[in-house]
Ligand binder design. Sequence first.
Ligand code: NAP
Length: 289
Amino acid sequence: MAKVVFLGLGVMGYPMAGHIATAGHSVVVYNRTTAKAEKWVAEHGGSYCVTPAEAVPDADFVFSCVGDDPDVLAVALGDNGAIATMKPGAIYIDNSTVSADVAGQLYAAGKARSVGVLDAPVSGGQAGAENGSLTVMVGGDQAVFDAALPVIECYGTRVVRMGDYGKGQQAKMCNQICIAGLVQGLSEALNFAIAAELNTDALLEAISGGAAQSWQMVNRGHTMVKNEFDFGFAVDWMRKDLRICLEEAARNEASLPVTKIVAGYYDELSQMGHGRNDTSSLIRRLRGS
Ligand code: NAP
């Protein structure tokens, strides 16, 4: 069994670290707000440290799941960041959704210290993290991927190496590009159904068995009709993710016309005070509420 450190016990990291501990690995956790680390240790055993640098010297694998680019740079490379005190041969796996540029910075810093680095963003949301059934898109060296795979599989049921560093983050961008257009389409269909006075339960039963079927339709269709959005993947996280997609597209010159429009819609929702709502709340704009 491996010595593992997990940095960031948020909605995603808390249960992901839990699955690694349940599998029998020895886990040390760090969380910026220490009370969450204390709670995690009370629930799962192991121990916690108050800085990443202090937590990692003995670790075989160090995971992070924090927020945006500056947050990953802070826990990995900042004052008291992890990579500077990791032992040679250890592996750093970042599960946050951030830019491919940050993935490159971590990879280079790791290389300089003989530390392997993988960018390994996840998809599947809070439920996927809690059930240990996440999809994980990985960038980095093949040998490093092979070594880390058994630990990543504690929380991921579909773990795919996409190529060299940064490719995991680029794959996650594709995931978010798909979702943006899809949720707007689903919002328009359900708003149309309500205007047409259709029975929305019957509608969702019918079309979720056909070509329009999607994860969003099956898992969010009914709650969208009921105007329930106080759960799930937050609008403000999606705004970050689409900003990252649009920045990458500005570099690779891919055209993202729909993604750009939907990113603006999410900005509107956030300005309306719905930044913590689930991403399926796009339908609120159409209803004007
Ligand atoms: P969250 O619940 O807001 O938790 C964020 C975690 O990161 C917290 O533990 C927070 O510490 C820590 N953190 C943030 N900034 C930090 C900093 N500068 N230094 C140290 N720690 C910092 O977020 P989440 O939903 O778990 O998401 C984490 C990552 O996974 C994000 O990149 C997100 O885009 C991605 N993701 C989320 C979902 C989802 O459904 N939620 C799905 C796929 C991917 P504190 O407790 O002190 O605030």
